[in-house]
Design a protein. Structure first.
Length: 263
């Protein structure tokens, strides 16, 4: 689905929103357009929509799990409270995402604007932490950027992968180990392919996610969150912030891993 079509779809989905009572004490049946098969509950500033066949324990546990995800992600970027209103729609599988987001994808995070009246995450449970990082960073840092035009894929997706590497199919215990394996087998992608990821139908897309996740991990853990924030806000000031081009940084990383894993 094209971006404008997706925005209009979600706008229609969110415009007609109210609850009716159900037999469950804490959860209500949803009558949000296209979400009538979900039950909903509001906890603080977050409104959840999940499968009504799930147990009460599972429903309540996802709320506690989400709180932990948010706390973890905020800590990674040196931020604290998140008070923005968010809709979280959890679906069972990628096939269900076709109905709610227009495509067979794992998840999507969209900020409210003139088309979409509510911040919204729609995803399978496996990638909720990943999508929450997209939402959190967008709410916390993007408003600070003048003339914002978006980030390269390696930076935006890499941060979300760093937040939750276990959601990636090619994760191999640690991002470093997975990255080193790609490097040793000549599977690392060129920088151009990280700036704009390959098609989701490409077999290289999973490598792009892992590779970008480790690059972000390296920058944050080696140089600190503050420099990473400067990069996020500056978008194209990599060499000024880190004292070398990104290409040279990648070469530096590869040499370190080559030495570490071949000694």
């Amino acid at each position: 689905m094209k971006k404008i079509e997706l925005i209009l779809f979600l706008s229609f989905l969110l415009l007609y929103s109210y609850n009716v009572d159900s037999q469950n004490k804490d959860w209500s049946l949803s009558t949000v357009t296209h979400l009538e098969d979900k039950i909903t509950k509001t906890d603080g500033s977050i409104r959840y929509f999940i499968d009504p066949k799930s147990s009460t324990t599972a429903r309540d546990s996802i709320i506690e799990i989400t709180k932990g995800y948010i706390e973890h992600n905020l800590k990674l970027i040196g931020e604290s409270d998140l008070n923005d209103s968010i809709y979280i729609v959890l679906v069972c599988n990628k096939d269900d995402m076709i109905k709610y987001a227009g495509g067979r994808i794992s998840g999507i995070s969209i900020l409210k604007d003139e088309y979409v009246p509510q911040n919204m995450i729609c995803c399978i449970p496996k990638v909720l932490k990943h999508e929450l990082m997209h939402m959190i960073i967008s709410l916390k840092w993007n408003p600070l950027i003048k003339n914002y035009i978006g980030h390269p894929d390696w930076l935006a997706e890499g941060l979300a992968v760093y937040a939750d590497p276990e959601a990636e199919d090619l994760y191999d215990g640690t991002l470093e180990k997975a990255f080193a394996n790609f490097y040793q087998n000549n599977k690392l992608l060129e920088l151009d392919s990280l700036t704009k990821f390959p098609s989701i139908k490409s077999k290289e897309i999973e490598i792009a996610y892992i590779q970008s996740g480790y690059l972000v991990q390296y920058l944050i853990e080696r140089y600190g969150v503050q420099k990473f924030k400067e990069l996020w806000l500056g978008i194209d000031d990599f060499e000024k912030i880190y004292g070398m081009s990104m290409k040279c940084m990648i070469q530096k990383i590869n040499k370190e891993l080559d030495k570490k894993y071949n000694d």
